[in-house]
Design a protein around this ligand. Structure first.
Ligand code: T46
Length: 146
């Protein structure tokens, strides 16, 4: 995985004696001894109804940490830091892409039924966004040189 990102894998709960009863997937945030989400969750949002040809994202965050979970359908995520880039396919509700600070991201090829759930470490503030790629490239070079 590229710097400041990782894949999180979650344990699902199924009852072998009730195979038709489906699946439960519990997530706990930082604060318990073995959290599935490595930060305190202050905000949740979800993205859906994105046409296949659309791309979203095109930004990084100065401080925000997020976990992206495609709870239904599939979506591709391009993640990038200076000198490193990767494409991640999210198509399983039992896995998440963790994205830390200063990672450029773009989301694309949403399946028609895709629902992308995002858990965020901070409340929404536009001042935490870097939406200009040239500004990002300049800031990221210095950030990752530290
Ligand atoms: C990210 C990717 C995965 C709010 O008012 N509150 C919110 O919590 C969010 C996330 C957005 N907004 C507003 C800001 C814009 O006017 O909703 C509008 C759409 O947001 P944006 O264009 O930033 O959406 P995406 O899909 O490009 O990016 C979002 C998150 O903003 C971003 O943090 O990592 O999803």
């Amino acid at each position: 995985m590229i710097t400041n990102t990782s894949m999180l894998r979650f344990q699902v709960r199924r009852d072998s004696e009730r195979p038709d009863a489906g699946t439960l997937l519990p997530l706990e945030a930082a604060g318990v001894s073995s959290p599935q989400i490595p930060f305190e969750i202050k905000r949740i949002y979800y993205i859906y109804g994105v046409k296949a040809a659309e791309r979203r994202g095109f930004h990084a965050h100065y401080d925000l940490e997020q976990a992206l979970i495609c709870v239904h359908g599939s979506v591709k995520i391009h993640i990038e830091v200076p000198g490193e880039e990767q494409e991640i396919v999210l198509d399983d509700p039992a896995k998440a892409l963790y994205i830390g600070p200063m990672v450029w991201r773009e989301m694309y090829e949403f399946s028609p039924d895709a629902v992308l759930l995002v858990l965020a470490s901070e409340h929404y503030t536009e001042t935490d966004y870097i939406r200009d790629k040239a500004v990002y490239d300049e800031n990221a070079k210095n950030y990752f040189r530290k």
